[in-house]
Design a protein around this ligand. Structure first.
Ligand code: EPZ
Length: 423
């Protein structure tokens, strides 16, 4: 069992390069199924979720191997159209493969991805859009059996700007004859990255980043070499780590335009944030101030994935900050662990009220989910004494090596292996 040992009190200084974006590379890996030619993904992060996607591609008969330049994928050998239940359970977002498998094979079988630590994760919008494109889907008994003799372009309207549904339908639409429009589409930067990848493969996709994405389908797609965008949530995490511990850091490759709502609140809290084409610099001295209410929302609103790490950065601020989590039903599971470190947080439904305290104390805490686990590290940097953070496999789903990057910035953080008995 791995754990992270963090000794608080060290200011962060120096520079790190931000890894490639998990939430961009996962749909791009699904998109490689649309072309039977080799793809090289540069800047692909080494993550547990990427490993799970590699296993899905290999399970479908495709080749996906790490090479010097990045992750080399070749789906020419595709021979299956189903994803095993165990693989679906390993990564909730595996549903993103559905549209691409359907477009390539005309049929697809996978089990319902089910919920995750954040609460229910329905895919009704994905399925409704695929049916509008002409797919026949039997979703009884916890399994999805999909057939599409021919996908036809259609005008799709999402009842809410779902990131995964937008991406799934973009991929399916690439295999549909004619034009597809997706209205009320998600506008996240990762959608723009997916569009850029599809067009680099010879696709004809436009509008990503706006509420209407247009796809001209039925075009054969070729391979390409593509560099994945930087991970804006990892960048937000490191900025919040500097805000929590104090110091002066530079995040090479980070793009402030992707996380403007986060940097605006860090400035309001008293950090000095300056960015240019090379990255984002952040200087945080002294005690932070509480900020205006933080309401999570679809992009360009405040990202739900940064809620936990910003909360952790504000635990010792002067005053009270109100958080409102509007995207997922159960995204405050890190709160009880933060309270063990001396935080003053009161949760009522979707609202969490954070009252800044003078001090935090190192404590044994456990990760409840990916971003909640990162938040424990952010808080531990500001705590007096040592924190022992367990169940860090959650963190490894989305951070290539959190302790390597934080240590490079001066944090006292190490990964330790313990036998099972220590828990
Ligand atoms: C993506 O999840 C991200 N994951 C999440 O990041 C992120 O929190 C989320 O978008 C919101 O930004 C990946 O990209 C792999 P949604 P996704 O569909 O696509 C509801 C992380 O920490 N909904 O935009 O699953 C849904 O229940 C992860 O990196 C439906 O009701 O998010 C949720 O309440 C966590 N029906 C809301 O929409 C549907 O068919 C937003 O979900 C689909 C979604």
């Amino acid at each position: 069992m791995s754990q992270l040992l963090v000794k608080g009190g060290c200011r962060l200084t120096g520079e790190v390069t931000v890894q490639g974006a998990k939430n961009s590379v996962l749909p791009i890996l699904a998109a490689t199924l649309l072309t039977g030619s080799p793809v090289m993904l540069r800047g692909c992060p080494h993550l547990r979720d990427v490993d799970a996607s590699i296993r899905i591609l290999q399970g479908l008969g495709c080749r996906a191997v790490w090479e010097q330049d990045g992750l080399a994928v070749d789906t020419a050998g595709l021979e299956g159209c189903s994803i095993s239940d165990s693989l679906m359970r390993e990564m909730r977002s595996s549903a993103i493969f559905l549209g691409a498998i359907l477009a390539r094979c005309g049929r697809a079988e996978l089990s319902y991805p089910g919920g995750c630590e954040l609460g229910p994760r329905p895919i009704d919008l994905h399925l409704a859009g695929l049916r509008d494109l002409g797919a026949e889907i039997d979703d009884t008994g916890g399994h999805l059996r999909c057939r599409a003799v021919r996908l036809r372009g259609a005008d799709l309207v999402l009842s809410l700007p779902s990131v995964g549904a937008t991406e799934n339908l973009m991929l399916a639409a690439c295999g549909a004859e004619g034009i597809t429009t997706i209205s009320n589409a998600a506008r996240e930067p990762e959608i723009i990255d997916l569009q850029a990848f599809l067009n680099a493969c010879g696709g004809c996709v436009s509008g990503a980043g706006t509420s209407t994405v247009t796809i001209r389908g039925g075009r054969p797609l070729h391979g390409c070499t593509y560099t994945v965008m930087p991970d804006r949530i990892v960048a937000a995490t490191y900025l919040c780590a500097a805000a929590s511990a104090g110091g002066r850091i530079f995040l090479r490759g980070a793009r402030e335009a992707h996380l403007a709502t986060v940097t605006a609140l860090l400035r309001e809290a008293g950090c000095t944030v300056a960015s240019d084409a090379a990255g984002i610099g952040c200087t945080c001295e002294g005690r932070l101030r509480a900020v205006r209410p933080v309401r999570t929302a679809p992009y360009p609103g405040f990202p739900t994935d940064a809620q936990a790490v910003l909360m952790a950065a504000l635990l010792r601020s002067r005053g009270t900050t109100v958080f409102e989590e509007n995207m997922f039903a159960s995204r405050y599971r890190h709160v009880d662990e933060l309270i063990r470190m001396g935080a003053d947080i009161r949760v009522s439904g979707r609202t969490a009220v954070v009252s800044g305290t003078e001090r935090l104390y190192g404590a044994p805490v456990r990760c409840t989910d990916l971003r909640g686990g990162a938040a424990l590290c952010v808080a531990a940097l500001a705590a007096e004494g040592e924190s022992r953070i367990t169940e860090i496999s959650h963190i490894d789903r989305g951070y290539e090596c959190l302790e390597r990057d934080l240590a490079a910035l001066g944090a006292e953080i190490v990964r330790a292996e313990t036998d099972e008995s220590e828990g």
